[in-house]
Unconditional design. Structure first.
Length: 117
């Protein structure tokens, strides 16, 4: 039997406590319009290039927030990205490490990463 599993990630789910607030926050930091539909009252699909991000308030629990980044968001200029997030008052968890990446938290405490491509 040939393997039917693709070597590709379709989307990553992020647990959030308030779907509307999370949609607005993520769209703001990504420079997107926060006008997409919230599905089933608890899911928002962020329009990304490549692997998707889905915010889901149904799966949220304080013990389910990401303590380590499950993925990274790309940037071509790590210093500019760091300053951008700092100016948006995003909680920065680390400084720029190895001139390559930094970690930050979303409003629910999920730890995420921005990494230079």
């Amino acid at each position: 039997m040939e393997n039917p599993i693709l070597k590709r990630i379709g989307t990553v789910f992020i647990p959030v406590s308030n779907i509307e607030e999370a949609r607005d926050w993520y769209c703001d930091i990504l420079g997107l319009q926060a006008d997409g539909e919230i599905h089933f009252g608890h899911i928002y699909v962020i329009p990304m290039e490549g692997t998707g991000i889905v915010l889901d308030s149904k799966i949220f629990a304080e013990d389910r927030v990401f303590q380590t980044p499950p993925f990274h968001i790309l940037t071509e200029d790590i210093e500019e990205a760091f300053n951008y997030m700092s100016n948006k008052n995003v909680e920065l968890v680390t400084p720029i490490e190895h001139d390559h990446y930094f970690n930050f938290k979303d409003p629910d405490g999920n730890v995420l990463m921005v990494c230079k491509c």
